[in-house]
Design a protein around this ligand. Structure first.
Ligand code: SAM
Length: 279
């Protein structure tokens, strides 16, 4: 009789979040398939467990997946863990689940931490429905295709993002979605955990002043029923430019356009200054 594949959720920062059931499962399986065996060894050390580990990650998932499957089919029980959070959510675990399910292997979830769910629950933007979007592609064309597909999405959207790409992503989202509300959760369950609630324009100003550090989840407000009513940064800048043409100072024009559009004064001001420099 074949064994079982257990999908074991592990902490996303705070080791106290490991569940009793996750610990028991790790203790009783025959072997653990881990995304990064060094990370999992640390967790096992914390739990006082020793277990045979095999590596299962993005670049060996085909051959390693086949080997894991044949061991399970031969009767062994396997726990799949990733570096953090719930396996198969934006990591190669999904392929192993498909492989095992297609071979009739029993797959059991041991639920627990998931960065997307924690960030969603903190966001205050869900209004009952959401979509999970994972990471945006690094290729410009694919990123814009992905964002454009979501332009009229009414549900809240959840994205994962790396710190060095955050500002670029915020700019791209502002360009495609217009100025919307965003909840940005950083370093969840860790010492420097914070959740910041902004508009895109405000978030850009914030992260221009403090360079983004740590791991991020972005929750974006869904499209409004009448998206044509929403102002974008370009609208705000052109309103401000009209005031400047009427001899108002850049600072006052940014303030006035901000009051009219709801877009952050600093974002309008910075864009006005940047466009004056390039003239
Ligand atoms: N399977 C994981 C889960 O259940 O959350 C996600 C894996 S994905 C490869 C890693 C991404 O999750 C990070 O780049 C970051 O966007 C997000 N993430 C993971 N831990 C986080 C944390 N403590 N705080 C905020 N975001 C986190």
């Amino acid at each position: 009789m074949s064994g079982t594949l257990y999908l074991v959720a592990t902490p996303i920062g705070n080791l106290g979040d490991i569940s009793v059931r996750a610990e028991q499962t790790l203790a009783t399986v025959d072997f653990i398939a881990a995304e990064d065996t060094r990370v999992t060894l640390k967790l096992l050390g914390h739990l006082g467990l020793k277990k045979p580990l095999v590596s299962y990650y993005e670049h060996n998932r085909r051959e390693s997946g086949e080997k894991i499957l044949s061991r399970i089919l031969a009767g062994e029980h396997c726990a799949l863990v990733t570096d953090a959070g719930t396996p198969a959510i934006s990591d190669p675990g999904e392929d192993l689940v498909c492989l095992c399910a297609a071979s009739g292997v029993k797959v059991i979830a041991i639920p627990g931490p998931c960065a997307a769910i924690a960030a969603l629950s903190l966001s205050g933007l869900i209004k009952g429905r959401f979509t999970f979007e994972g990471f945006l592609s690094t290729a410009r064309k694919r990123r814009f295709e992905h964002l454009s597909e979501l332009k009229n999405e009414k549900r809240a959207m959840v994205f994962y993002e790396a710190p060095h790409k955050l500002l670029r992503t915020l700019h791209d989202m502002l360009e495609v979605f217009g100025n919307r509300r965003i909840s940005i959760s950083r370093e969840l369950t860790k010492i420097y955990e914070e959740t910041l609630r902004f508009t895109f324009a405000e978030a850009i100003v914030h992260f221009n002043e403090r360079s983004p550090k740590g791991e991020f989840v972005l929750v974006i407000e869904g499209a409004m029923d009448n998206p044509e009513d929403a102002f974008g940064i370009d609208d705000a800048v052109s309103i401000a430019e009209q005031y400047i043409a009427g001899k108002m100072s850049v600072k006052d024009a940014a303030k006035k356009a901000s009051e009219e559009t709801g877009i952050a004064k600093n974002a309008i001001y910075n864009q006005l200054i940047a466009s004056q420099r390039t003239r």
